[in-house]
Design a protein around this ligand. Structure first.
Ligand code: PXG
Length: 440
């Protein structure tokens, strides 16, 4: 194993979404991974309570996935998918479409969640234009929404810091209110009872801009990055019906909720609401190779298929769309999900995981707890005058002193273990959080 890197060697890499100077003073270095665990450079074993960044749903370095990647790399390292193709990309697309709700029959591949947002929004705008409704260009997102960092993602996204630094944003956008309200929903387990009416705000937005100017509404069925906000009961159903009424496309961003996080292949299935476009990434390869994509309703796809034989139907795509190694990793990952019944496993562990996290209610500094599927968040009371500090210090303490890795966003800790988690892992992660809360 490599020895510790010197300060000089740490200098070049500018880490994303990280306070770099602080990180480089005492790096949280991950050198190896296996199943539910990371190992640092000294071999210290750390429980992965966040599936990496919500992606390693099958657990780490799973042999069937590793073998498929090695085989693909040795067989077909790269093949273009502009005007050419290769078998694994078609197999992956068909298998992903087979997991999705009926009608979402086509897959446009990307390499990340951010590219998936750009792609979905561009398909939505182009589809309206192809049908002679070219004024439908505006995107409606939601406060506290995260759709990655591409131009469509930060336009539709609802996180101030991700937007304010970047001047004129790419797409014109407006925003629904966030679905979270602590006074009404504190410590709810699963979908909150309160909040369906917040979907009616879409009617006001439509009245303001007019439906003829709106291309799509994009929401995470469960907002992940801003702290696990499950949709209020009835909320997604209302959004669906208002979108349909006004001819607005509904996009679900399932980058986090896809591939079993909520106990079903996609959240659309769990909530019984089918969008017109559905973005995914992360869990599609269990994080092992970058890959993302957009599932597209068949009527949208068909609209693009009406031109002459020699003409490109959609002026969009990435060099690595459907990359052979990513496609092979996706197929192997889907095998693991199926063979080990991991989506059902998540469903079966949900109640235990929920009890575990809610057992932290009443611990020092705990302001709220939310959970659904194998995702949970704990809001902490911020320290006076230093928002985010308590969460950050707690995350570091858990990593260095308690051997648990979790995500932090401001003063919110988030937990989303690989779907192979055992009850003992749940006990360990929340037991150690309880100890940590006592001292922070
Ligand atoms: N949509 C959603 C819903 C996401 O959660 C993206 C799009 C963007 O994906 P890429 O692959 O471009 O990063 C995401 C990414 C966190 C965290 O701590 C979440 C994400 C990424 C990094 C950290 O919650 N989600």
């Amino acid at each position: 194993m490599t020895s510790q890197l010197s300060t000089n060697q740490l200098d070049a890499f500018w880490l994303p979404f990280t306070p770099n100077t602080e990180f480089k003073k005492r790096p949280r270095m991950l050198a190896r991974a296996e199943g539910m665990h990371y190992f640092d450079q000294d071999g210290r074993k750390v429980l992965d309570a966040s599936a990496g960044l919500w992606c390693a749903n099958a657990g780490h370095c799973r042999k069937p996935i590793v073998d498929a990647i090695a085989k693909a790399a040795a067989t077909l390292d790269f093949a273009p998918t502009f005007q050419f193709g290769h078998p694994a990309a078609f197999e992956a697309a068909a298998r992903i479409a087979a997991l999705a709700p009926a009608g979402l029959d086509h897959v446009f591949f990307t390499n990340s969640g951010s590219e998936s947002t750009d792609t979905a929004v561009k398909i939505a705008v182009a589809w309206h234009r192809a049908r002679g409704e070219g004024t439908r260009t505006k995107i409606i997102g939601r406060e506290r929404g995260y759709h990655g960092v591409g131009m469509a993602g930060i336009s539709a996204g609802g996180i101030g810091n991700n937007r304010k630094w970047f001047g004129a944003l790419g797409f014109q956008a407006d925003h629904l209110p966030a679905t979270y309200n602590r006074a009404e929903q504190a410590f709810s387990n699963g979908q909150p009872e309160w909040g369906a009416h917040l979907a009616d705000e879409l009617e006001k937005i439509v009245a303001l801009h007019d439906a003829s100017n709106i291309a799509a509404v994009i929401v995470e069925p469960m907002a992940g990055s801003t702290g696990v906000l499950p949709p209020p009961k009835g909320y997604l159903e209302k959004l669906r019906s208002i979108c349909t009424k006004h001819g607005i496309l509904l996009i679900f961003d399932e980058v986090i909720t896809g591939f079993g996080r909520l106990g079903t292949a996609f959240a659309a299935e769990r909530f019984g609401v089918t969008p017109d476009l559905l973005t995914f990434a992360k869990g599609v390869t269990s994080g092992a190779v970058p890959m993302g994509g957009v599932l597209v309703d068949k009527r949208i796809y068909q609209q693009f298929m009406t031109g002459p034989d020699h003409a490109i139907d959609m002026f969009h795509g990435y060099t690595y769309s459907g990359h052979p190694i990513a496609a092979a990793a996706a197929c192997a990952t889907l095998d693991v999900y199926r063979d080990e019944g991991l989506f059902d496993r998540a469903k079966n562990l949900e109640a235990y995981f929920g009890e575990g996290v809610h057992s932290l209610k009443g611990k020092p500094g705990v302001a709220d707890i939310r959970n659904i599927g194998l995702a949970a968040a704990i809001d902490l009371d911020p320290l006076d005058g230093a928002p985010g500090k308590r969460g950050f210090e707690l995350m570091k303490h858990l990593f260095f002193d308690k051997d648990v890795m979790c995500r932090v966003s401001g003063d919110t800790l988030a937990f989303s273990p690989p779907l192979i988690a055992e009850k003992a892992h749940v006990d360990e992660m929340f037991g150690k959080v309880a100890e940590a809360l006592a001292t922070h």
